[in-house]
Design a protein around this ligand. Structure first.
Ligand SMILES: [Zn+2]
Length: 291
């Protein structure tokens, strides 16, 4: 079934097709509508997030909150084919307000009908918009995240630095908050409570592991039925089979990978104490007492 609704002139102008000649006008319209729908949801999420007093209090200059809120409404979209870039989506620091979306990876085309592939379109917009907001806040002079070193000395093979990157961590924390419904000031205990609830209800699934709670520092211990060992990249892989509502959760897998370590020769320990600190510090001043 095709969802029909009108998109406004300004929305139409913001969602511009990159290779129009390869997609029929009817499909373009459907793609535009799908992007507009998910874009509205993500915008609503961030508008609400930046209205929470916990978030507001993290800002150095309160006026910057309004700047960010206004900025969110100006974000535009462009689609590109897989042949051009394999990423689900990307933004460029020197091209503000523009989110590039991989049309082949995010949409399913059957006959004349276009649909979104699960929640990937929404997830990708949420992630890329976080990057744009991050860049915008930096431009406004707001500190967006504290340096959040994970456990591992990363090798230079690209993947590790992708997991380690603060810019990515910033975007992933937004995904974690949104997925779990986390308060911007949720600490390790709060996050653990939520995670256990989500695991119990099978909303969040990490197949073939036993899950246990650990204290000091607060965390979770995952004991895989099949044993594995390795470096950061492999820890990311350890979580890669994790799903949320049946969809892969790449951002959260990478975030968990970054803050995990091996324990007792067969378990993976996820440090939620650090993730809580990252959550609390993300967006706004690092620490009011520090420079
Ligand atoms: Zn990213």
């Amino acid at each position: 079934m095709r969802q029909r609704f009108n998109i406004s002139e300004s929305e139409r102008n913001r969602i511009r097709m990159l290779y129009e000649e390869q997609i029929s006008p009817d499909k373009q319209t459907q793609i535009n509508q799908l992007i507009a729908t998910e874009s509205r949801k993500v915008q609503a999420y961030y508008q609400q997030h930046y209205s929470k007093s916990e978030t507001v209090s993290k800002f150095r200059n309160k006026n910057n909150i309004n700047e960010v809120k206004k900025y969110i409404q100006t974000i535009r979209y462009k689609v590109y084919p897989m042949s051009e870039n394999k990423a689900l989506g990307f933004v460029k620091k020197n091209v503000p307000s523009l989110i590039n979306l991989n049309v082949d990876a995010l949409f399913v085309m059957r006959g004349n009908n276009v649909s979104a592939k699960g929640s990937t379109l929404y997830d990708t917009i949420l992630h890329e918009m976080a990057h744009l907001i991050d860049f915008k806040m930096q431009e406004l002079g707001e500190k967006t995240i504290t340096t959040s070193t994970g456990y591992y000395n990363t090798s230079n093979d690209g993947k590790d630095s992708y997991v380690e990157s603060d810019v990515e961590t910033f975007a992933r924390v937004q995904r974690l908050r949104e997925t779990l419904g986390l308060n911007p000031n949720a600490n390790g205990n709060d996050i653990r409570e939520k995670l256990i609830k989500f695991f119990k209800s099978r909303t969040l699934v990490l197949p073939n592991v036993r899950i246990a709670s650990v204290n000091s520092p607060t965390g979770l211990l995952f004991t895989p039925i099949e044993r594995s060992k390795g470096n950061l990249t492999e820890l990311w892989r350890f979580y890669s089979s994790m799903t949320i509502n049946g969809s892969k959760a790449g951002d959260i897998s990478a975030l968990f990978g970054k803050y995990s370590s091996y324990r007792n020769g067969g378990s993976v320990y996820l440090n939620l104490d650090i993730i809580g600190k990252v959550n609390i510090s993300t967006k706004g001043v690092q620490n009011p007492n520090k420079k």
